[in-house]
Design a protein around this ligand. Structure first.
Ligand SMILES: NC(=O)c1ccc[n+]([C@@H]2O[C@H](COP(=O)([O-])OP(=O)(O)OC[C@H]3O[C@@H](n4cnc5c(N)ncnc54)[C@H](OP(=O)(O)O)[C@@H]3O)[C@@H](O)[C@H]2O)c1
Length: 272
């Protein structure tokens, strides 16, 4: 397993996304992934699956200190009291003493960022999370969060894949020493139909999904593809033993389109 080390956090570069995985399927996929060598699981209070994620972790029999667990606080819980409560409730559902990374799932214009970042620091100080971070933060928000935080903000989790150019926010994260995690790294499954990714994949005897993931990891990005199919876990993990050429990387960058964003809810910030 490869790791990305930034701002003091060592994050396994491949994780299992769990959005929309529920109950037994979720527990089974988490356990299967860990048995196969995955060491990073991404969940959130909003996914309604933290109990199942915890169950999967226990069923895997992999030692807790070998697993990197991320969860997130929903954007309606960003005042101090609700945030601390949300962190405790996530741990209770996961049946864990700590998570490795606690993220603000989405920013919320109605709550002062200073209050939220203060509470996030308290979560870390109380030992409920080893590291703290953000998600869906823009250039301005990343800069403000870094300035407001006592502890290092280690990571920004953002939508990233071949159809979406995220170079501006990545440049700011680099400046702040933060790692970037790509969510929807295979475009919610759509990467599989892409002719360019298929063609590049064929040249390496890989699938279009693997090319989409390799494109990201080769740029130092952490990826958290989600699947409900056990056979796809190994496919999505086989991305560290081949290399895309500069020309191939360039061709994939050229797939980015202005409306490439797939996740854009009403509460989203003003994107860069
Ligand atoms: N911070 C945030 O706001 C945020 C937002 C969105 C997502 N996330 C996180 O990021 C994770 C990943 O993003 P995502 O779930 O949106 O999308 P994704 O990982 O890009 O795509 C998941 C979809 O692709 C399919 N798939 C997976 N592997 C495949 C393969 N090898 N070949 C063909 N199809 C494949 C899956 O279907 P099958 O189940 O049938 O395999 C599923 O429908 C989430 O699960 C969540 O943990 C975070």
């Amino acid at each position: 397993m490869q790791f990305v080390e930034k701002n003091g956090a060592r994050v396994p570069q491949l994780g299992l996304g769990t959005w929309e995985l529920r109950g037994d399927v979720c527990a089974k996929m988490v356990a299967e992934a860990l048995k196969l060598g995955y060491r990073h699981i991404d969940t959130a209070e909003m996914y309604g699956n933290e109990e199942a994620v915890g169950e999967g972790i226990r069923a895997s029999r992999v030692a807790r200190d070998q697993i990197f667990v991320t969860t997130k606080v929903w954007f309606t819980h960003l005042e101090r009291g609700p945030l601390l409560q949300a962190a405790k409730e996530s741990l209770a559902r996961l049946k864990l003493d700590y998570v490795d990374l606690y993220l603000i799932h989405w920013p919320n214009k109605l709550v002062p960022l200073a209050e939220t970042i203060g509470a996030l620091n308290e979560v870390k100080e109380r030992g409920l999370a080893k590291n703290i971070g953000v998600a869906n933060f823009t250039v301005t928000l990343v800069r403000e969060a870094a300035k407001l935080s006592k502890a290092k903000i280690v990571n920004n989790q953002i939508e990233m894949h071949p159809y979406l150019d995220q170079s501006k926010v990545i440049a700011e994260c680099n400046k702040q020493g933060m790692s970037v995690t790509a969510y929807s790294p295979i475009v919610k499954g759509a990467a599989v139909q892409d002719k360019t990714l298929q063609k590049i994949g064929a040249a390496h005897k890989r699938t279009a999904a693997q090319v989409s993931l390799r494109f990201l990891v080769q740029q130092g990005i952490i990826v958290i593809p989600r699947t409900s199919k056990p056979e796809r876990l190994s496919e999505n993990a086989a991305i560290f033993d081949f290399e895309l050429s500069n020309e191939e990387i360039k061709a994939i960058h050229a797939l980015a389109v202005p409306d490439g964003r797939r996740i854009n809810p009403s509460w989203a910030p003003d994107w860069d």
